[in-house]
Design a protein around this ligand. Structure first.
Ligand SMILES: Cc1cc2nc3c(=O)[nH]c(=O)nc-3n(C[C@H](O)[C@H](O)[C@H](O)COP(=O)(O)OP(=O)(O)OC[C@H]3O[C@@H](n4cnc5c(N)ncnc54)[C@H](O)[C@@H]3O)c2cc1C
Length: 419
């Protein structure tokens, strides 16, 4: 079979399917395999799968297993709520960890090499077609590759997605700056690397956590771009970064000079789609469900997709090794789109909650301060075992309305209200 795209999603799927005894060819458009960016958070619904793959110990040796995740107000700097990640590990059976993106990518790449995946670079797929015996792809050079099944893990700007829906990435008008700070810096010495911290503020947020066993501090600064809202082309520039965080607390502002200022990530997602399978061509990862990253599940969903596909191959494989692909792909499509729809829509809502201003921000802070550290009702639907069937998908949490927060009058109303 063929997997298109050698990102975290494509490599994860190629490994999972090879592990089930299939022969997999992976086509990547870039001249070399690699990942740009800095850190990535891996929740128990991902580390459970890495453990099943025999890769968790290596991942832990490359990453950091923090003690807690803390949410603070970006303006006041005070703590709003926290998750005890050691207790969370006991609850879900697997750790919550952070890792450098290139380390996770490298880990999956090495696993694919060991498993015997045929890894081919410089192969940009330009078209997909179903055939009588499976599917074929054509690459930019004109070369054609055929297989029983093609998995398209070709990311946010997926070519394959055009077979399913005529849509475009949706701009959130938010932009992310990333950066890492070396351990020698006084900035790192004054920071608790055992915590993943997010500062939430009006139209902005700031995240930091330790990476590579404490060698690096990873920072992410995200804000709404006024130039994007005004329809200007050159949005998200460093002057906008500084202006967006001008009203935040000292710790956050002092982190800004450490961001990489020559590149930034404009944040797009897409509306959810519920059909991912077209004959013998299936979408996987960001090609199917690119999210806004607020609940840090994008790469995790991609890894889950590959694992679910592999598990259904195992259940629909005859003694002679042939796979009942109709049943396998139908089982995949029965369970994954609904889960990912929930993640996509919750990610958008979560971003709105983080970026509130005025009265709504005060109401949010009251509700977050009232939350018990050991209340897992908002993450049970995510961090438990990945569902293989729709019946196994856990129920969603019930949102708490902001209006239920008792907020004393008069309040300082500082801006335009909810974003
Ligand atoms: C700021 C930020 C922070 C994030 N933090 C987290 C986090 O903490 N946790 C988390 O789980 N997720 C996070 N994410 C989301 C996560 O990065 C993505 O969801 C994930 O990397 C998607 O993987 P993918 O393999 O599906 O797609 P991609 O990583 O986009 O990979 C697609 C691959 O396909 C190749 N390709 C594209 N087109 C073609 C073609 N036509 N032919 C051949 N190859 C092609 C590309 O070169 C690439 O290698 C974050 C995202 C952002 C922007």
């Amino acid at each position: 079979m063929i997997v298109v795209g050698g990102g975290i999603g494509g490599l994860g799927a190629a490994f999972s399917l090879t592990r089930q005894g299939l022969s997999v060819r992976l086509l990547e458009s870039a001249p070399a395999f690699g990942e740009v960016g800095a850190g990535i958070q891996l929740a128990p619904n991902c580390t459970r799968i890495l453990d099943d793959y025999g890769l968790l110990e290596e991942a832990k040796s490359l990453g950091v297993v923090p003690d807690s995740m803390v949410m603070r107000d970006a303006v006041e700097g005070d703590e709003l709520t926290r998750l005890d990640l050691r207790d969370l590990e006991r609850r879900y059976g697997y750790p919550y960890m952070v890792i450098h993106r290139s380390d996770l990518h490298g880990l999956l790449l090495r696993a694919c090499e060991r498993a015997g995946v045929e890894l081919i670079t410089d192969s940009r797929v330009t078209s997909y077609e179903n055939t009588d015996s499976g599917a074929r792809v054509t690459i930019a050079s004109g070369e054609v590759h055929e297989a029983g099944v093609v998995i398209a893990a070709d990311g946010l700007h997926s070519v394959a997605r055009k077979l399913f829906v005529d849509d475009q990435p949706v701009s959130s008008a938010y932009v992310a700056y990333r950066g890492t700070v070396p351990a020698e810096s006084p900035r790192v010495q004054g920071t608790d690397l055992s915590e993943v911290v997010v500062y939430v503020g009006p139209r902005c947020h700031f995240v930091h956590y330790g990476l590579r066993g404490g060698e690096l501090l990873n920072q992410v600064a995200v804000f709404e771009s006024p130039k994007a809202l005004a329809g200007q082309e050159d949005w998200g520039t460093p002057d906008e970064l500084d202006a967006a965080f001008a009203g935040t607390c000292d710790f956050v502002r002092e982190g800004l000079p450490f961001m990489w200022r020559d590149k930034w990530w404009r944040m797009f997602d897409r509306d959810p789609v519920m059909n991912w399978v077209h004959g013998r061509i299936a979408l996987l990862g960001d090609s199917a469900h690119p999210p806004l990253q607020y609940i840090a599940q994008g790469a995790i969903m991609a890894i889950e997709d590959g694992w679910v596909l592999g598990e259904h191959v195992a259940r629909n494989r005859a003694e002679d090794g042939t796979v009942d692909w109709d049943t396998t792909l139908a089982a995949y499509e029965a369970v994954r789109p609904e889960h990912c729809r929930r993640v996509l829509t919750t990610s958008r809502k979560w971003g709105e909650l983080w970026h509130l201003d005025g009265v709504a921000r005060d109401q949010r802070n009251v509700l977050l301060r009232a939350r018990g550290t050991y209340d897992y009702s908002f993450v049970d639907w995510l961090y438990g075992p990945t569902a293989l069937t729709p019946e196994q998908e856990p129920p969603m949490f019930s949102p708490v309305p902001l209006s239920s927060a008792a907020v004393e009058e008069p309040l300082a109303v500082t801006g335009s209200g909810a974003s």
